[in-house]
Structures are given as structure tokens and as C-alpha cells.
Design a protein around this ligand. Structure first.
Ligand SMILES: C[S@@+](CC[C@H](N)C(=O)[O-])C[C@H]1O[C@@H](n2cnc3c(N)ncnc32)[C@H](O)[C@@H]1O
Length: 251
């Protein structure tokens, strides 16, 4: 399965994601400013986090596997007059000649890595590129705080207004593979335009990692957690938190 199906329409991706991203952006800005840069934003998408950091005057490199997402990030950077660099690359194998004082990986992009070996490769890339006193911040949805049941009946999720001004109703189903710790969401976006009723289906698979497993992976990669939160508004992490937000340093 192509796991980038959700990222083929970057303009509407922003319209769906930006409204819920304010706390995450503020969190990242606070930590990145303290680090003074340079910043690496892994799986940066359309630059939802990278561009606010670049607007603060930090030197930012964004890396993403999706060509349409990077093309849109570059368009937005030009429109904003920032000098952020956006590269098409795989975060599991990314290599730069320099290190970074701040590395971000957000939008739950860690969960796009569907096996432990892939997660380990990514964390090794982070450790290799993190400055001696740099910080790495990432989040992953908390398995115990998430509805992981199989739900084959389509349920309404949310609505938004797309770039053409049409109301889009988003609904979907989900199925969980407990052995592989992978939840697959199938989304249906429905809207009407002059050509009639439209529907677009997309699938995305995400791996769910328990906090103990996560800490073991981080330790093996040479990283340790210095702060942990359950949401971007600094609520402490508990077993019921929706997110596992980790602030990490090199060991
Ligand atoms: C949910 S989006 C998050 C994007 C961005 N961080 C944000 O906050 O909006 C997940 C992103 O991960 C990217 N991605 C998935 N696998 C990747 C990989 N192996 N290397 C780099 N990017 C990847 C996708 O292309 C997509 O842009």
C-alpha cells in the first residue's frame, strides 16, 4: 500500500491540519528559539512547523518523502520570503554534513514508520545529526489513550471547507492489526461541485508504540527523554494521554 495517499493534496491538507496545530507550533517555537538553531524538521510536510520556525529567523531544513508536500512547502516559503530549505528525502536514511541544535518530528509522522527496525533507523539518523547539547522533540499517539478497536462501519469524523470553498465531509473506518501494532484508517472525503457529488478515498497505516517500547528504542539509539508531556499545552503525560510527546537529548 502507498502510505503517502493522504499527502497528495497539500493545499487541502493545510486547510484540514492548520486549525488544530497552534499549540504544537507554539511548543516547537519555544524550544527551537532556545536552541538558536540550526533546525531540522523531519517529515516536515508542507512546513506547518518549519515555516513558523524560519519566520523566527532560525535556519531551517525540512525533509519529507512526498514530492507534492515539499513543492507546496517551497511555494509557501517563497510567498513568505523565508530562506528555509526543503528537501525530498527519506528520514530513515537522511544524511547531512552538519549537525542541528534542534530536531523536530511532528504531526505523528513517527507513526508512518511501520516496523521497529525502521523506527530505529530514524532514531539513529536523529542521534547522528543532533548537536551534543541539542534537543529532539517528537510525538506519537499513545496506544492506551487511543481508540484501537476495529470499526468497519463508516463513522463521521469532521468537516472543513476546501480550497474551492466547498464543504467537505470526512468520514472513515479503521482496522487494527494487534500483532504488528498497526492501525489502518480508510478516509472518505465527500463534497459537491458543478460536476456533482465527489468522493475521494485514501488509506493510511500508522504504528502504535507503547511508552516502554519507545524508551527502549530511544536508549538503543543513544537518546534519552528529559521531559515528557501528554499534550502540546504542557499537560503531563499519563497512561490516558492522547499523545506521548518526548523532549530528548543525546545520552
Ligand atoms: C501527518 S504528515 C505531518 C507533516 C508535518 N510534520 C506536519 O506537522 O504537518 C506526515 C508526513 O510524513 C511524511 N513521511 C512519511 N514517511 C516518511 C519518510 N520515511 N521520510 C520522510 N517523510 C515521510 C509524509 O510525506 C507526510 O508529509
Amino acid at each position: 500500500m502507498d502510505n503517502l495517499q493522504e499527502f497528495r493534496d497539500p493545499v487541502n491538507y493545510d486547510l484540514e491540519e492548520l486549525p488544530g496545530s497552534a499549540d504544537r507550533i507554539a511548543f516547537m517555537c519555544k524550544f527551537a528559539l532556545r536552541s538558536a538553531g540550526p533546525v531540522l524538521d523531519l517529515a516536515c510536510g508542507t512546513g506547518i512547523v518549519s515555516l513558523p520556525l524560519a519566520l523566527l529567523g532560525l535556519p531551517v531544513t525540512g525533509v519529507d518523502l512526498s514530492e507534492p508536500m515539499i513543492a507546496h512547502a517551497r511555494r509557501k516559503a517563497r510567498a513568505l520570503g523565508t530562506t528555509a530549505t526543503f528537501l525530498i528525502d527519506d528520514m530513515r536514511t537522511f544524511a547531512a554534513p552538519t549537525s542541528f541544535t534542534f530536531i523536530a518530528l511532528s504531526g505523528n509522522a513517527f507513526q508512518a514508520l511501520l516496523t521497529q527496525p525502521d523506527q530505529s533507523k530514524l532514531l539513529r539518523v536523529v542521534a547522528d545529526h543532533l548537536d551534543e547539547r541539542g534537543q529532539f522533540i517528537f510525538e506519537t499517539r499513545n496506544p492506551t489513550g487511543t481508540d484501537l478497536r476495529d470499526s468497519r462501519t463508516e463513522e463521521p469524523w469532521f468537516t472543513y471547507v476546501n480550497a474551492s470553498g466547498e464543504e467537505v465531509k470526512v468520514s472513515g473506518t479503521q482496522s487494527y492489526d494487534k500483532g504488528r501494532q498497526i492501525l489502518t484508517w480508510t478516509s472518505y472525503r465527500r463534497w459537491s461541485n458543478d460536476d456533482g457529488q465527489q468522493v475521494r478515498r485514501s488509506d493510511i497505516a500508522c504504528r502504535f508504540t507503547e511508552v516502554d517500547e519507545l524508551d527502549a528504542l530511544l536508549a538503543t539509539a543513544g537518546l534519552r527523554v528529559t521531559q515528557r508531556y501528554g499534550s502540546w499545552d504542557y499537560r503531563p503525560f499519563t497512561s490516558c494521554s492522547e499523545e506521548i510527546i518526548s523532549v530528548c537529548e543525546r545520552t
